[in-house]
Design a protein around this ligand. Sequence first.
Ligand SMILES: NC(=O)C1=CN([C@@H]2O[C@H](COP(=O)(O)OP(=O)(O)OC[C@H]3O[C@@H](n4cnc5c(N)ncnc54)[C@H](OP(=O)(O)O)[C@@H]3O)[C@@H](O)[C@H]2O)C=CC1
Ligand SMILES: O=C1OC[C@@H](O)[C@H](O)[C@H]1O
Length: 346
Amino acid sequence: MALILPARTHPEVIVYAVGARNLDKAKKYAKKHRIEKAYGSYQELLDDKDVDVVYNPLPNALHHEWTMKALAAGKHVLNEKPSANTAEDTASMFDLAEQKGLVMMDAYHYRFHPAVLRVKEIIESKTIGKLKTVTAKLIVPKGITAEGDIRYDFALGGGALMDMGVYTVNCIQYMTSSRSVEVTDATTELYAPKNKPESYASNIDRTATATLTLSDGIKGNLEVDLARPLRYGLIPTLDMSFKAEGVLGSVEIDNYVMPTLYHNITVNIRGGPISTEKVYKNRFGEREEWRTTYMYQLESFVDKVRGREPKAWVSKEDSVATMKCVEKIYQKNGLGSRPKSAYIPV
Ligand SMILES: NC(=O)C1=CN([C@@H]2O[C@H](COP(=O)(O)OP(=O)(O)OC[C@H]3O[C@@H](n4cnc5c(N)ncnc54)[C@H](OP(=O)(O)O)[C@@H]3O)[C@@H](O)[C@H]2O)C=CC1
Ligand SMILES: O=C1OC[C@@H](O)[C@H](O)[C@H]1O
């Protein structure tokens, strides 16, 4: 979803090879997606001189090791979110990319969609006045994240904040242009598997909330839930909204994460009319409702690799700031950061 389909619509990208820990699995995948090469280990893929760019969609705890190895092998890297388990690991990946003159970016795909860029433009235009409060949510119903999922595994870098929370933190920081964040308050509910042994003590957050103080005294609120129980045992909750409130009014987008599926941007100026808009236009001004966040993201990534100016970008500073905030929230709610990567570059 994040790479194969976008690559088919991009004239400069070929998905040429896939690596898995098991050759048969890699071969099956390659056949299904018409990929030329299949490798039975990630290292073999990195050893292939014809690979220019690596997409790293491994569990969070493995992002650091394999992105570092890919960079060391001279490949550009599109790294899945969250960057890594810690801010320190995140910074070291970007440092190596810089040293080697390679492009590296974390795949915060929502940042490339015109609707999200439009919300940022509205905030910066001061239409809603000086910012007071921003709120980002990412709540999905129970049943979407299966038991045994990597998201429920501490050793693999799991947790609601690591998985979905990074979108909320990143979005709050982006929309407020505020990388420095203090965490005023943080709460969590722990993941409880159905058939847990008596000795089971969960250290994985199923939910997370936090209140933040951003630059200029702006307040931030975030709420994430990997498995919100059905209301009345029947009604699923899905909330992927972002709202900014200023002294003059507010702007809200009801789906900042996957705006291609649906979205409405609502601007409400106190004492004035309420306006709504949908924004799908790409940078050439063409209306392409089907164009996904991942397509926009790949387009920018390729532009950067080719030395062209990308329409949007997620920088090292953005990624490090997001992970610093995530670690501060985990410190505040008592769960602690996920372990720093044990990988030591050779
Ligand atoms: N941008 C987006 O919209 C999305 C981003 N993500 C991100 O992508 C990453 C992967 O998530 P997701 O695709 O859901 O994960 P999956 O569990 O579906 O896939 C992870 C893959 O990692 C490989 N792997 C290597 N070591 C391990 C291990 N010890 N345990 C389990 N898998 C291992 C496996 O590949 P193999 O066996 O073939 O080697 C596996 O298929 C995460 O960082 C997540 O945050 C996830 C979903 C959406
Ligand atoms: O990145 C992601 O986006 C969609 C979510 O459902 C998923 O858990 C997450 O990994």
